[in-house]
Design a binder for this molecule. Structure first.
Ligand SMILES: [Zn+2]
Length: 294
């Protein structure tokens, strides 16, 4: 049976972090479909969704039937296998994200944990699925993805005094000695020890008082601005001091004195050009900072 080509009308979310007006790819794609949607110059447009999710369902432009209704009515649209396996729903949500401002740092649960959270608290965890993400850049993009190699975190503890101060010198030293000589080891015992050391250090940072976070942010913004390219001893091969200093200023201007500014030194900084992609497994910590992506 031949499956007809159906033109979809996809909804756009207007969140504060979205790119504004015509600058937003999400808005431009939405406006390309003939409908009553038109782009307002001052308004941020964050996400275009193509899928069967009930909170923003895509519709057949001609009949206005939802995509969910269509795929449930006609199994050939998904194929029998997919329809059976995923209960007549699309097993993915296709989004265009237009990121103007840094998004919150997040991690999505793996399948088992998602099921358990959903079972325990379906109101706050309406979805029992894991949510790995594939990100394809359609404009210049940057973001944070996964923890940095431990030696890089150690570098920042040594070269950014405010970062060392907030976790405390003894915590920093304990981390340094725990990973010493084995930071890239793949031996199970060493890996466990490394993981524990990182967990302890990161936990200490996350449990810092709001006053300490504010103080550390002020100091880091100050050093980034006065030191420029030599910030954090010139940075690292993966992220230069100049890039770090620029990012510190940018992130702090979006969210002044936010703990995210300190977490930034623990995570890999990733830049993508149009057509490049990154994959985030379930559980991987990440934050999108700017750019348009699929
Ligand atoms: Zn995410």
């Amino acid at each position: 049976m031949q499956v007809p080509l159906i033109r979809l009308q996809c909804g756009v979310n207007s969140y504060d972090w979205g790119k504004v007006g015509n600058d937003s790819a999400a808005a431009k794609f939405a406006a390309a479909t003939p409908s009553d949607f038109s782009i307002q110059e001052e308004k941020p447009y964050a996400e275009l969704w193509m899928g069967t999710h009930p909170s923003n369902p895509s519709k057949d432009l001609t009949t206005q039937r939802t995509l969910l209704d269509l795929v449930q009515d006609n199994q050939a649209l998904l194929s029998k296998d997919i329809a059976e396996r995923f209960g007549n729903k699309l097993p993915f949500l296709f989004k265009v994200l237009s990121v103007g401002k840094a998004l919150s740092i997040q991690a999505h649960p793996h399948k088992k944990l998602a099921e358990e959270l959903h079972r325990r608290d379906s109101k706050n965890y309406p979805d029992d699925n894991h949510k790995p993400e594939m990100t394809i850049a359609i404009t210049e993009f940057d973001g944070l993805c996964g923890f940095r190699p431990l030696a890089e975190i150690a570098h920042f503890l040594k070269t950014i005094p405010a970062l060392r101060e907030i976790v405390g010198d003894s915590e920093a030293a304990a981390f340094e000695s725990a990973i010493k000589g084995q930071d890239t080891s793949t031996e199970p015992a060493a890996e466990t020890k490394n993981k524990k050391a990182l967990q302890k250090l990161f936990g200490t940072l996350m449990n810092s008082s709001p006053e300490a976070v504010t103080k550390a942010c002020y100091a880091i913004v100050q050093s980034a601005s006065s030191e420029g390219a030599s910030f954090a001893s010139g940075g690292l091969p993966s992220t230069s001091g100049e890039t770090l200093a620029r990012l510190v200023a940018r992130l702090n201007s979006q969210f002044p004195q936010d703990i995210g500014l300190l977490v930034f030194f623990f995570l890999n900084y990733v830049e993508l050009s149009p057509g490049e992609a990154m994959f985030l497994k379930a559980d991987d910590i990440h934050a999108y900072l700017s750019g348009d992506i699929i």
